[in-house]
Design a protein around this ligand. Structure first.
Ligand code: NAD
Length: 266
């Protein structure tokens, strides 16, 4: 099957535990040395070879959920460098989202749109889909299901509405988006789907039963999608610890509970 060279870096991430924002090192002009994308994998530094991707995805359309911060934003930056058109979604006020759009437009020669969506609501997901189709009637070439958060709490104390919300945002939303975009990818005969699970999609730790249940769920969804014969791949990535808004809250809480510094808790 034809796998666009430019997406191998994303495919390769499925074999590793972490993806995070880091330093993008472009190859020197005319150099055969590929670009590298540096990610910290807990204490290690890993250089992901992302090949010569710059401007290679011209004309492709990429939707990244949860791209107003953290891992999703980092992914969107790397994809924007490739010349793809980017659709950002995620929570953010007018000030943040305008700044993000300005930032992308000034740094890259790509089209960037922001569509506000609360992925816990199916009606919002439908609106997101309709807005994308208005912009790009043939749908997207790359769908990155990344939005998420965590609520750490023992199962017996877990707020039930939180369970519903975690399932809606991190398990149902990827399902709804795949369901809507896959038929259009099939028509084109190609597509790339990525789902951000977590190391907690393979193991679990105290207080994270619900997060683990949801993240194990998307691992199953990614494995089960019946798309490969249509030129569509799906990779579920399982990052380890990445310091973003999600983990900063947890570290701060851990520090407070144990009377230690943020750095010690980290
Ligand atoms: P982050 O808080 O920086 O980003 C989360 C993004 O998801 C934001 O853009 C936020 O607006 C969006 N989001 C959250 N709820 C939403 C909703 N209801 N509707 C629409 N958008 C919503 O956190 P992050 O660490 O970058 O997390 C991104 C993904 O990576 C999550 O799925 C998370 O579970 C996963 N992950 C994170 C880590 C880590 O250590 N940070 C490790 C493994 C997996």
């Amino acid at each position: 099957m034809r796998v666009p060279r430019t997406l191998k870096w994303l495919d390769s991430l499925s074999h590793h535990r972490a993806v995070c924002d880091g330093t993008f090192v472009p190859a020197a002009a005319g150099s055969v040395i590929p670009h590298t994308y540096t990610c910290s994998l807990e204490t290690e530094k890993v250089n992901y070879n992302i090949m010569s991707v710059e401007r290679h995805l011209d004309g492709k359309v990429e939707l990244v959920t949860g791209s107003t911060s953290g891992i999703g934003l980092a992914i969107a930056h790397v994809l924007a460098k490739t010349g793809a058109s980017i659709i950002l979604t995620g929570f953010g006020d007018e000030q943040l989202t305008s700044k993000l759009k300005e930032d992308f437009s000034s740094k890259y020669k790509c089209r960037v749109d922001y569509i506000a969506t609360d992925l816990s609501k199916v009606a919002d997901i439908n609106e997101l889909f309709t807005s994308v189709i208005k912009l790009y009637p043939e749908g997207v070439d790359v769908l990155i299901n990344n939005a998420g958060y965590n609520h750490v709490c023992l199962v017996e104390e877990y707020p039930e509405e939180k369970w519903d919300d975690m399932v809606a945002v991190m398990l149902s939303a990827p399902f709804h988006l795949c369901k809507r975009f896959i038929p259009l990818m099939k028509k084109k005969g190609c597509g790339r789907i990525v789902i951000t699970s977590s190391v907690h999609g393979m193991i679990s730790t105290a207080g994270k039963a619900v997060y683990s249940a949801v993240k194990h769920g998307v691992v199953g969804l990614g494995i089960a999608l019946e798309v490969v014969e249509y030129g569509i791949t799906c990779n579920t990535i399982c990052p380890g610890f990445v310091e973003t808004a999600v983990t900063q809250t947890q570290i701060a809480q851990l520090a407070k509970d144990n009377g230690i510094s943020y750095e010690q808790a980290k």
